[in-house]
Every structure is written in C-alpha cells, then in structure tokens.
Design a protein around this ligand. Structure first.
Ligand code: AMP
Ligand code: MG
Length: 411
C-alpha cells in the first residue's frame, strides 16, 4: 500500500496536456490561459481628467483665496468622448467631464464642487490647485507591450474586462478534457427508474459528472456497467477514447470486482492499487499511453474524496493551471476526533469563520457509504497516519472543497 503523497505524485507524473483552442473573450471566464497576453494598447490612451470639473493652468490659481478668488473665462464645455478644440491660456478654463481629454495648455483639473459659477461665462476659484491634480496620464493603467496576464492563469471577471479594455476579442485557452464516467455494479439503477429488490440508485455517475464540470472538464457519462468481465471490458474499451477515464466500483476484493482485470486486458498499465487512506483505500490508477485511468471505489463518499484528492488536481494539471491544488487551511477543531493509525484519514467537516479564525467540526456520519456527510460538509479534515486522536481545540489541517460563503453580509 502506498502513501497518499506517493499516490498523488504517481497520478500527476507525466500527464498529457489538453491542447489549445481560441475562445471569444466574453465566454472565456473560468478557462485557463495557455499563453501570456501582451497589451498592444496603452490604457488610458490619452491624458484625461479624473473628475468632473474645470481644466486649468495651476499657475493661474496660485494666488486664489476665499476672499480674492481667481476669475477664469470658460472657453467651452467638453464631455467624455469629445475632443477639446480650444487651448487653455492664461485666465481661461475649459469645463470637462470625467474621461474628457485634457485640453492643450491645461495641467490640472479643479473639481466642479470647488468652483463657483459667475455670470457672463466665468467661474471663480477660491483656492490654489496642485499642478497635475485630477489628471490621469496615458499608460497609468497599462502600457503597450506590458504582459497583463500569464499562461496558466484561470480567467476571472476582472481579467475578462481587462482583455476587453485592451481590445483583445479572442484568447488561447486550454481545451476542456473529456472525462468518461462509468458506474460499475449490477445493483445499480439509472436515475428516474424505480428500485427493485437489492437495487440502489446510481449516484456516483452524477456526483462525478458535476465534479468534473466544476473542475473544468467535460463529463461523458457512459452509464451503468453490469458486473461481468465482458461488459466491464467493453465499457472501458469505449471509455478509453476520452482524455481521462473514471470508473466507480469493482476495484475491491469482491467476487464480482472485474475492473482491474479488464483494464489490464485493454493495455492499461496499473501504477498503483490501494492507498493508505480512509476513505478511498481501494483506489486503482493506471495509464494507457498517457491517458489516465482512475478506478475509484464504489462507495459514494470514497469515490468523491478520491476525486478531490487525485482526479481534480490531475484535470487542473492537464489544463495547465498554475495552481492546480485545492487550498488547505489551518483550523481549530471543535470536537475530538479519533483516527486510524497507519492511514491518512479524510473527514468531511464544516468550516466556519470565527472571531479567532477558522473552526472546523465533523459533518454527519463517517461511514464511507454516506454521501450525506459530504453534502453537509464543505471541507476535509486531514489526519496523518501517525495521528490516532485529535483533541478538541487542536490546530488541524483542512482541505477546502468550496469557497466559504456566509449568511450575513460581510460589511
Ligand atoms: P464496490 O466497490 O463495487 O464493491 O461498491 C461498494 C459500494 O458502493 C456498494 O455498496 C455499492 O452498492 C456502492 N456503489 C457502487 N457504485 C455505486 C454508484 N454508482 N452509485 C451509488 N453507489 C454505488
Ligand atoms: Mg460493485
């Protein structure tokens, strides 16, 4: 039996990339960039005003006081999107709006709130203005030639907007890996069908399809596979056309567990079987060529834990994600937890933000058959093989499975 660290190392070793596709920027959110993006534009492209106000020469306003305001003649009123025509000379000003190009001759902008309109097209300025005040300079945001996004970044909303501001309409992103999903088990019944005696609903296929989609892959559900050597081999032969293969069940030591033998028949080289962990011990992993094949355990909680521990990082590495791993945080354990010696245990937990930092408590039952605990929990507590008991109040390591959200507003 190998350690979780060794299993992850073997899974991530020499994974194939998924290749690149060009994607329109408006629908590229969440995708992984495959090449750096260099700006061909300067943003802002011209000197402009950061405020609604009056473009002036600071020197004109040096002597301004409330008692002896400076009087300036308004040359024109120019909105954003229009170009000033007149040059601001001594004793004159141009009224400008946020984003208006700064008129020739002006070096500063006095906010409209600090100006009093006088009759006959003049304004009064009651205090000096710093030269350069409220002026935005070309390239303050981005200069032409700057690398603004790098390969391996997952595009977030601000990145999409940044690309749009630079006039980039199409970006190279990693293709989504197609992930075949097989559910083995003669006891399984498809979604929407009634349960006969001894039968259970196929939940794993749908759990995994949702997890694959969330991880950036395209799930290809291949349905239920009866527990016979022939059906198992035939199903995997079809599945191996995909970029990644996931199956559930049939990897344990039962009399009807045919997955490993079928994979060997099909030329899948097994890299490991059984990992010193709970849940998920019977996990098998192999490759045909460079195609990764995961034989996940049948127990619903086990297969999902194995997905998060091994499959998700593999998919993110294949996508070229620079940060392929789920984040781990340190938290205070609220109730004592026992853990088996010799195994790394992963315990479904709920994580909460308390005034003294993150706290964690076990969620629901610990049986590997119980998916409900994974539904309640949003994190996995990690107990190392050397740990047999974690006391209440202990500092523990927790893998976050989803971004934490709150019932109360943050401000
Ligand atoms: P196995 O690893 O095939 O022995 O399966 C272990 C347990 O997981 C059994 O109780 C199965 O009924 C259950 N199981 C296997 N596959 C699925 C599935 N696709 N959906 C829900 N439960 C499953
Ligand atoms: Mg089975």
């Amino acid at each position: 039996m190998i350690s979780v660290q060794e299993a992850l190392r073997l899974v991530l070793e020499d994974l194939p990339g998924t290749g690149m596709e060009q994607r329109p920027v408006p629908s590229a959110g969440g995708r992984v960039l495959t090449a750096p993006i260099r700006s061909t534009r300067t943003v802002p492209p011209f000197r402009n005003t950061a405020m609604d106000g009056y473009a002036v020469r600071a020197a004109d306003c040096e002597s301004a006081t409330a008692d002896r305001p400076v009087r300036l003649r308004v040359l024109e009123v120019v909105g954003a999107g229009a170009v000033p025509q007149a040059t601001v000379t001594a004793g004159t000003t141009t009224q400008v709006m946020t984003g208006t190009p700064l008129p020739e001759g002006a070096d500063s902008v006095v906010r409209v709130e600090d100006v009093t309109a006088a009759p006959s097209g003049e304004v009064l300025i009651a205090q000096p203005v710093r030269s350069g005040a409220n002026v935005r300079h070309p390239g303050e945001d981005v200069r032409a030639g700057d690398v603004v996004l790098t390969a391996g970044q997952t595009l977030r909303p601000a990145d999409i907007g940044l690309l749009a501001s630079l006039g980039v309409a199409v970006v190279p992103v990693a293709k989504r890996p197609e992930v075949a999903i097989l559910a083995t088990g003669s006891e399984l019944v498809e979604l929407g069908q009634p349960l006969g005696p001894g039968q259970i609903a196929n939940s794993n296929a749908y759990t995994l399809a949702a997890a694959v989609a969330e991880a950036g892959g395209t799930p290809r559900i291949l349905g239920i596979v009866a527990d016979t050597p022939e059906a198992t081999r035939e199903a995997f032969a079809d599945a191996l056309a995909s970029d990644v293969v996931l199956s559930t069940g049939g990897v344990s030591v039962g009399a009807f567990d045919f997955v490993r033998a079928a994979l060997t028949d099909l030329g899948v080289a097994e890299r490991f079987w059984k990992v010193a962990q709970r849940p998920g011990k019977p996990l098998s992993f192999g490759r045909r060529g460079r195609t990764p094949v995961f034989g996940l355990p049948g127990n619903p909680a086990s297969s999902l834990v194995c997905f998060y521990l091994y499959v998700r990082p593999a998919l993110r590495v294949m996508l070229g994600d620079r940060t392929p791993h789920l984040p781990a945080v340190q938290a205070v354990l609220d109730t004592a937890v026992e853990s088996a010696a010799g195994l790394t245990e992963f315990l479904s937990c709920t994580l909460s933000s308390e005034p003294d930092g993150p706290h964690v408590r076990p969620a629901g039952s610990r049986s590997s058959g119980v998916l409900r605990s994974m539904s309640i929990g949003d994190a996995l507590l990690v107990a190392a093989p050397t740990v047999t008991r974690l006391a209440a109040g202990a500092a523990v390591r927790v893998i976050r499975l989803s971004a934490e959200t709150a019932t109360t507003p943050p401000f």
